[in-house]
Ligand binder design. Structure first.
Ligand code: FES
Length: 328
């Protein structure tokens, strides 16, 4: 695994809405937890065996606990349902250390847009920026007050907060007035359901891409209508495997008896990371940052832009093979 898991105890568990459950996690011995920054997420190994990533919604200054909020969706993948249904306060969960692919970057102004459970990283960012006295505006979109996690924190008489409920005939909020003018002094951070992300992507086409940031924990797919076949060479053995269009790189390696650990298999947890030695990957994951993408590939979802890749074990965790130069 890219980050070793360690045990945390559920010290509190309560419902924020009929479908969103808050968990407070602490070290069993009460020791300080690894630090995190606003926007970071945690990978939790749920009782079902599936690993799922959840944004840390608490205060990064609190080193004695992590707080996450989990949406339980009947039609969703099993991990979150299992976490809500099959755990209780006092249980221990294996958790991987926080990592952040939705990092707050310096800016004069911030526009934060959250839809539904997407409030979790945005809440940590909003509270952090407010505490620093930053110029920040929050647009928080939900179905109804009943389905609004942390409702009490976001009052309508606060000029920096736009709270909109689409139910009871109100319909969707028109985001164009907030995004019409592309501003060089503003960064946009958006987290929420796929429809909201698509809307904000469309409405910010005229913004500089580096000013607009998205977080999507729904995961991605390694095979779809756009996937093309390629070859992968496993550097430690020199073995070359064919990766058909309808197979992930991870499964092609497995079929060739090359074992790479995995968990979410949707590009969100970081478990399957392998080293990149040659070739141009088509990165589809939601884990690696721009610098890491020059050196690593997530084989559960990522593919090749060209005909081949050369890859090997993640040296950071396996210690089996020498690291490539950073610029490879
Ligand atoms: S298994 Fe989770 S990112 Fe690949």
């Amino acid at each position: 695994m890219s980050t070793p898991a360690f045990p945390l105890r559920i010290t509190a568990k309560d419902l924020l809405t009929p479908s969103v459950c808050r968990f407070e996690l602490r070290a069993p011995d009460g020791s300080a937890l690894p630090a995190f920054t606003p926007g970071a997420h945690l990978t939790v190994h749920t009782p079902s065996g599936a690993a799922r990533s959840y944004s840390l919604t608490g205060d990064p200054a609190e080193r004695d606990r992590y707080v996450i909020a989990v949406a339980r969706e009947d039609g969703g993948r099993g991990g979150s349902v299992s976490l809500v249904d099959d755990t209780r306060a006092g249980d221990e969960l294996a958790v991987s250390a926080p990592s952040n692919s939705f990092e707050l970057r310096p800016s004069q102004r911030y526009l934060l847009i959250a839809g539904g459970i997407g409030i979790t990283p945005i809440r940590a960012m909003f509270r952090h920026l407010r505490r620093r006295g930053a110029d920040v505006r929050l647009v928080y979109l939900t179905r109804s007050p009943e389905h609004t996690a942390f409702l009490g924190e976001f009052t309508v008489d606060d000029e920096t907060v736009v709270l909109h409920h689409s139910g009871a005939g109100a319909g969707r909020l028109d985001l164009w007035p907030y995004l019409a003018e592309p501003r060089e002094d503003t960064r946009v951070y958006c987290c929420g359901p796929a429809g909201l992300l698509a809307d904000v992507r469309a409405l910010t086409m005229h913004w500089r891409p580096s000013r607009v940031h998205f977080e999507d924990f729904a995961g991605v797919a390694g095979t779809d209508g756009t996937a093309l076949p390629f070859r992968a060479t496993w550097r430690p053995t020199g073995q070359t495997v064919a990766v058909p269009a309808d197979t992930t790189l991870l499964n092609a390696l497995r079929d060739a008896a090359i074992e790479v650990p995995s968990s979410c298999e949707s590009g969100t947890c970081g478990t399957c990371r392998v080293r990149l030695y040659a070739g141009e990957p088509e990165h589809r994951d939601l884990v690696l940052d721009a610098d890491q993408r020059r050196r690593f590939v997530m084989p559960c979802v990522s593919r090749a832009e060209g005909e081949s890749l050369e890859i090997g074990p993640d040296v950071a965790t396996s210690g089996e093979y020498p690291a490539p130069a950073d610029n490879q």
